[in-house]
Design a protein around this ligand. Structure first.
Ligand SMILES: Nc1ccn([C@@H]2O[C@H](COP(=O)(O)OP(=O)(O)OP(=O)(O)O)[C@@H](O)[C@H]2O)c(=O)n1
Ligand SMILES: C[C@](O)(CO)[C@H](O)COP(=O)(O)O
Length: 237
């Protein structure tokens, strides 16, 4: 079995604030994208990486990535209008012998390679889809305007991270279906596992990792800097 990792990296990062695309924002001397590729490249299970870059920055990203040494082949393709379109474009370029596909946000730079391998192994052992999950720290309520409608049972809820893993056929079928959905229906499905769930595919949840959090807002970048500094000090690099 060959495993490919798709890195959707074509978002603007509106919630992080104005500036260059989020995947190119620097964390500890290297762009978020480079950290995210390292996470999958250092995993034993990954053979090939495909990055969906902002369409205007494909050549710049190719040049940037050429400055680093990678254990796997790393290719860059132009991303799409939304995350699903970016993943679909990368998926369409995978060689025929790839049968396991991981999708990992460029916005999750500190995901441990061990987590990447755990997701990949779950698929290799027979699951059609797998997501890493972590418990919620906050109470979650349904709110309409300024009114609380109800409080959800937190014990049943989990926050879902990436990498998410899939048998290639399951992911490809779900993306082909998604390409025909109206934008408003598609926009409420916010991850790849959500797409395959709509197709009745069973998704296995495995324990996630706190360091795999998503850099979304400015505070997340500060937390990521602190974690990276601690990680480097611990490894003596
Ligand atoms: N058209 C898009 C939009 C998002 N992404 C990627 O999907 C991942 C998760 O998305 P998110 O964290 O929401 O990134 P942005 O869409 O860039 O953030 P924002 O919603 O704040 O603009 C990111 O790695 C992002 O680059 C993508 O590849 N193509
Ligand atoms: C895929 C994801 O990271 C899983 O938690 C998340 O759904 C991405 O959401 P975003 O709004 O595109 O950041």
């Amino acid at each position: 079995m060959r495993t490919a990792a798709i890195i959707p990296a074509a978002g603007r990062g509106e919630r992080l604030g104005p500036g260059i695309p989020k995947a190119l924002r620097v964390l500890g001397g290297a762009p978020l994208l480079v950290h995210a590729i390292r996470a999958v490249d250092q995993a034993r299970s990954v053979d090939l990486v495909v990055v969906a870059a902002p369409p205007d920055d494909v050549t710049a990203v190719e040049r940037l990535l050429a400055d680093y040494e990678w254990g796997s082949d790393v290719h860059v393709v132009p991303g799409g209008q939304d995350r699903h379109a970016s993943v679909a474009r990368a998926l369409a370029t995978l060689p025929a012998d790839v049968d396991v596909v991981l999708v990992h946000d460029a916005a999750r730079p500190l995901a441990p390679p061990e987590l990447v391998d755990a997701v990949a192994m779950t698929i290799r052992h027979g699951a059609d889809a797998c997501v890493p999950v972590v418990p919620l720290a906050d109470t979650v309520k349904v709110v309409a305007g300024d009114k609380v409608v109800r409080t959800l049972d937190r014990s049943e809820l989990r926050a879902v991270q990436t990498p998410q893993g899939f048998r290639r056929a399951a992911l490809a079928t779900a993306h082909a279906w998604a390409a025909g959905l109206p934008v408003d229906e598609l926009s409420v499905i916010t991850d790849d596992a959500g797409l395959v769930e709509c197709h009745g595919v069973s998704v296995v949840a495995i324990p996630g990792a706190e360091e795999a959090f998503k850099v979304t807002r400015p505070l997340d970048l500060l937390v990521a800097e602190a974690l990276l500094t601690r990680r480097r000090a611990a490894s003596g690099r």
